[in-house]
Design a binder for this molecule. Structure first.
Ligand SMILES: [Zn+2]
Length: 205
């Protein structure tokens, strides 16, 4: 399992800490996937332009001559022949499958499948991280009696105070939480200022 940096100088790890950590990892992997896809698209486009691809019709030979603009998908548009290229030129360049604009009613599934094939090795990890994010999201907001919380925000109770929940009540301002520290001092705060501490057994999960 991942080493979580002992959080915010209070020596405890909360579900929110874990949540942030996994959200970060998930975002990293998504960025990696999107970078790879972007590179493949831009390489394809470079090659296609080198072969003389026509950017007016994207190699389809047809261009929009009229559109009501009533539809975002351009499905009411009328198409005419492209006057910027020739069938010979299009035969060499082929179609610009990297193009994702409007009025492009070409079956791109082969290209999309290729993109997927180049990134699918990241999917299991992405799926796993999504599950972890789900898990910690649920845990982070599961305030129940008997669990330990730490104050992370607000001015009413000093940040860093740790206590066990003994009281919970929904109010107009949020979930009102009563908790007691190890010395028996009682505090009241709203749940949005608190984070649930992960007990040792859970940390070693
Ligand atoms: Zn053209």
């Amino acid at each position: 399992m991942i080493n979580t940096e002992i959080s915010k100088n209070f020596g405890v790890i909360t579900y929110n800490d874990k949540l942030k950590e996994y959200q970060g990892l998930l975002s990293d992997i998504k960025q990696t996937v999107s970078k790879i896809e972007k590179t493949i698209r831009s390489n394809f486009l470079d090659e296609w332009l080198k072969k003389g691809g026509c950017t007016t019709c994207q190699g389809t030979g047809s261009r929009v001559v009229w559109d009501t603009l009533d539809s975002l998908s351009g499905c009411y548009a009328e198409y005419g022949g492209c006057d910027q290229c020739t069938p010979e030129r299009r035969a060499i360049s082929g179609i610009n499958y990297s193009y994702t604009g409007k009025y492009f009613n070409i079956d791109r599934s082969k290209f999309e499948d290729y993109l997927k094939s180049q990134t699918k090795m990241f999917y299991p990890k992405m799926y796993e991280l999504e599950n972890e994010v789900d898990h910690y999201q649920r845990k982070a907001y599961n305030f129940t009696k008997g669990i330990n919380v730490i104050v992370k925000k607000g001015r009413k109770v000093p940040v860093g105070i740790i206590g066990k929940i003994f009281y919970l009540k929904e109010s107009n301002y949020g979930l009102n939480v009563g908790f007691k520290d190890i010395a028996g001092n009682v505090y009241w705060n709203y749940s949005h200022n608190l984070e649930i501490i992960i007990e040792d057994t859970e940390q070693n999960k």
